[in-house]
Ligand binder design. Structure first.
Ligand SMILES: [Zn+2]
Ligand SMILES: [Zn+2]
Length: 261
């Protein structure tokens, strides 16, 4: 079977995010929130030479998504694609980058033969976005840092063959946990992060028979338990999932599974 799209979470969580996606002849880094050296070595560990990348796409201006963007762009001569809001927030951190392409939510664009469609998310960063990507007849979606699931997010993520969504915290662990009150409010607020049960509901809403891979990402190391996040989705969806659907986790300290459709 020919592979149209593949995805691998190199790192996911509040200490750094970077996801590798490939399709239509394009190899793209989605966010670069780790040291450039670390991103490069994680890419190499899954058999992808950093020199073979075509672009860096940045979802929003929080440092856990942006800290390595400047280094990666300069070291590998990569064009950066992101919104005006993210450029304004991040340009002093990034330093000089030769090619920065401004993109807009709601307007699709292509890198080689991969088509990308960014859409806005409810999150406390200027022009924060998630996006879907297509190559061949396959569709993938990446949506983390979600705040809450808007109707638009739900609509955009329908009919994906491959889906990475945020499962940030278990609400009771967050509430009873060590975070200061204001930070707890931020995380669980409508511009913060998605809880395990919100994530499960989103998957339930967009699930269809051709969905082949679900990756749970941006798990909190403090306010979540990977087994709990995984178990909640696996248990609730047990009756609906067809037998071939693959559920996996994205990690902070190690590379996740390379998933392909
Ligand atoms: Zn984040
Ligand atoms: Zn964020």
């Amino acid at each position: 079977m020919e592979i149209d799209l593949r995805l691998c979470a190199l790192a996911s969580g509040s200490r750094g995010n970077s996801i590798f996606i490939e399709g239509g002849g394009a190899r793209i880094l989605v966010d670069a929130g780790l040291a450039g050296r670390e991103i490069s070595s994680r890419l190499e560990s899954v058999g992808v030479a950093p020199e073979s990348l075509d672009a860096v796409l940045v979802t929003h201006g929080h440092r856990d998504h942006t800290s390595g963007v400047g280094v990666m762009a300069r070291r590998y001569n990569l064009p950066v694609y992101t919104t005006y809001g993210t450029i304004k927030t991040s340009q002093s951190l990034w330093g000089k980058i030769d090619e920065v392409n401004e993109i807009e939510s709601g307007k699709s664009f292509s890198i080689k033969d991969m088509e990308l469609y960014p859409f806005p998310t409810s999150h406390d960063a200027s022009e924060s976005m998630a996006f879907i990507f297509r190559a061949g007849d396959k569709k993938g979606g990446i949506a983390t840092d979600l705040g809450f699931v808007t109707r638009l997010v739900r609509e955009c993520l329908k009919n994906c063959h491959l889906l990475m969504v945020e499962s940030n915290h278990e609400e009771s662990m967050l509430i009873d946990g060590p975070y200061p009150w204001a930070l707890k409010q931020r995380v669980k607020g409508r511009m913060g992060h998605l809880s395990n049960s919100d994530c499960m509901e989103l998957i339930d809403d967009v699930y269809h028979d051709e969905l082949q891979h679900i990756v749970l990402g941006h798990l909190s190391e403090v306010n979540n338990d990977p087994q709990l996040a995984y178990g909640l989705v696996a248990e609730k969806m047990k009756d609906r999932f067809h037998s071939e659907v693959n559920l996996s986790l994205a990690w902070q300290d190690k590379v996740g599974e390379m998933v392909e459709v």
